[in-house]
Design a binder for this molecule. Structure first.
Ligand code: KMH
Ligand code: ZN
Length: 281
């Protein structure tokens, strides 16, 4: 394991622009953030978009414009969220794939999500997985709880490997209702990964640093961003996504597993080269 994949999740669906004015919500803000984060070592961008009122949306036109703009302005691997917000219907979440991202998230089960429920029925997961296989989109399997890894084994056993042939998971830890964000739980999750799988991890809120350090020491990759973390240190608000990416890149270097170049991440995860994807196609 020579390097670290840094994924930035800059926006999410839960944080309000009114409460966090530095949250990137417009396309211009998102592109500017993406460029800054790429320069600091990010290789993948996990994207949620907002409407003109800064509310989460899965609007098809906006999703397509976002994919095109990010491809034109950066080399980052564009990973659209198929999770959306807890209120989004399954049909809109499946339609995210029509925007032809290189990657998309695929959450492996239902989880209590704060006061809401993030619903991911088995049939819906199968639909997402098989449509991504057909369309050449590489999934990132989002794991919010240990049981989600049992569902992933079942999915791969019944429906086969994802496009690209490699399994990559993201352990999303510390969500109220999901698995806790600590080293013991991370180790338990890593033990339950499918053979040969890679993983990144992200700790929500104050679990950010323990999860990041545990992930690095367990050979994992990192996801950071304002989707998950708004406090840089006790009493200190996050200033930008770039600040979080810079910290992750620095810790990865300290661990002697520096940020991986985008081309190497594509090769590792089986993501198509840009040349084989028409911009805006
Ligand atoms: N916003 C959460 C309800 C994903 O992007 O795939 C779901 C989420 C997971 O963020
Ligand atoms: Zn997300």
């Amino acid at each position: 394991m020579s390097g670290t994949i840094i994924t930035v999740a800059p926006t999410g669906a839960e944080v309000s622009k009114a409460s966090v004015p530095v949250l990137p919500v417009t396309l211009d803000e998102l592109v500017a953030t993406a460029k800054e984060c790429e320069a600091l070592g990010a290789a993948i961008i996990h994207v949620h978009i907002r409407d003109d009122a800064a509310q989460p949306t899965l609007d098809q036109g906006r999703l397509r414009d976002t994919v095109v703009a990010l491809r034109q302005s950066t080399d980052l691997i564009v990973q659209l969220s198929s999770g959306g917000a807890v209120t989004d219907p399954e049909s809109d979440r499946l339609a995210v794939l029509d925007a032809q991202p290189e990657m998309a998230s695929c959450t492996m089960g239902t989880v209590n999500f704060g006061d809401g429920v993030f619903l991911n029925r088995w049939e819906f997961i199968v639909d997402l997985h098989t449509r991504m296989q057909e369309r050449g989109i590489v999934p990132e399997y989002e794991i919010f709880d240990l049981g989600h890894l049992a569902s992933l084994e079942r999915l791969l056993g019944k429906y086969g490997l994802p496009y690209g042939g490699h399994v990559h998971c993201d352990l999303v830890m510390g969500v109220p209702g999901g698995m806790p964000g600590n080293a013991e739980t991370l180790v338990a999750a890593v033990r339950a990964l499918p053979a040969g799988a890679t993983f990144s991890a992200t700790g929500v809120g104050r679990t950010t640093l323990p999860v990041m350090l545990a992930a690095l020491s367990a050979g994992g990759h990192l996801r950071v961003g304002m989707e998950d973390t708004l406090t840089y240190a006790p009493g200190q608000q996050v200033e930008s996504n770039a600040q979080l990416v810079a910290r992750a890149s620095g810790l990865a270097r300290v661990a002697q597993r520096p940020p991986m170049a985008v081309a190497d991440v594509r090769a590792l995860l089986g993501v198509r080269d840009r040349g084989s994807v028409a911009v805006g196609a």
